[in-house]
Design a protein around this ligand. Structure first.
Ligand SMILES: Nc1nc2c(ncn2[C@@H]2O[C@H](COP(=O)(O)OP(=O)(O)OP(=O)(O)O)[C@@H](O)[C@H]2O)c(=O)[nH]1
Length: 266
């Protein structure tokens, strides 16, 4: 289907050079962003994460026979989007996650989609997004129907999936690969677009404040021409990623959870 905030275009054939794709995972606390990210990267479901940890991971993928160097930013906004430029000006595509058993997280996902739509208007660029209703395994406690999820996705013209971080890996992988396809379509339209890393946040006269409803007032946008930009930091290789879990610590003695996987982190 379409990219969300830009018009779609048919993908090209396989290429030998890896495609670089940055993907940001957005959503309210507890929606399952970390669980989905870790499931995709390790095929494992790990139940407890530090809600304040924000990490960017890197994985070599093959999507439609094309090698893809995929970076995934598992964001950790506090209660509402904050300092959004760190992902808005970095990502080629977004996964917006809510939990099907939480109406509050669904409303939060709507806020993120509005944020992306506003940013797309500000920058005149397409920002593919996919809406994910997570925790499908908890469907008996649903607060959000599938139809509501589909309707919200339809309002923003984005793809919609219901998933579960603790069920089958293939479905989660399919969703991440769909995000790569959406990003690839957008990159083909603007081949010169490069990922940028925003080094600082500063007040600028033309900044457009977000609507105050949905609690987005703290987020402001800078256009690419007016902020301090740096190249992405060098990616470091890592064989072991340790996820400290304060919630886990409170529940059990093990102080850390360890993800064994040969992927890279910044
Ligand atoms: N049953 C079920 N639980 C899930 C699923 N995904 C995540 N969880 C649980 O939901 C809780 C929150 O998951 P996280 O992955 O930490 O959510 P998050 O969106 O990263 O939240 P923050 O880290 O607070 O930003 C954890 O206890 C997870 O184990 C799922 O698909 N099914």
């Amino acid at each position: 289907m379409s990219s969300v905030f830009g018009k779609p275009r048919a993908g090209s054939g396989p290429q030998s050079a890896p495609l670089e794709v940055n993907l940001a995972i957005l959503g309210r606390r507890g929606a399952g962003k970390s669980a989905l990210t870790v499931k995709f990267l390790t095929r494992r479901f790990i139940s407890e994460y530090d809600p304040n940890l924000e990490d960017t991971y890197s994985s070599e993928e093959t999507v439609d026979h094309q090698p893809v160097h995929l970076r995934v930013m598992d964001t950790a906004d506090p209660d509402t989007p904050r300092n959004c430029e760190r992902y808005l000006n970095w990502a080629h595509a977004f996964l917006v996650v809510y939990s099907v058993d939480s109406r509050q997280s669904f409303e939060g996902s709507s806020s993120y989609l509005e944020l992306l739509a506003l940013h797309a208007r500000e920058t005149q660029r397409g920002f593919p997004a996919l809406l994910l209703g997570n925790k499908l395994d908890m469907a008996q406690y649903r607060q959000v129907t599938k139809a509501e999820g589909a309707a919200l996705a339809g309002r923003f013209g984005c793809l919609f999936f219901e998933v579960s971080a603790c069920l089958d890996f293939e479905h989660v992988q399919h969703v991440f690969h769909e995000a790569v396809r959406e990003a690839r379509r957008e990159l083909e339209k603007s081949p010169l677009a490069r990922p940028l890393f925003i080094s600082e946040e500063r007040a600028l006269p033309h900044q457009a404040p977000l609507p105050t409803r949905h609690g987005l007032a703290s987020c402001t946008f800078n256009t690419l021409s007016t902020v301090s930009l740096k190249e992405m930091p060098t990616v470091a290789q890592a064989k072991l990623v340790t996820v400290k879990s304060s919630r886990a610590q409170s529940k059990r003695k093990a102080p850390t959870l360890t993800l064994l996987k040969g992927f890279k982190i910044f």
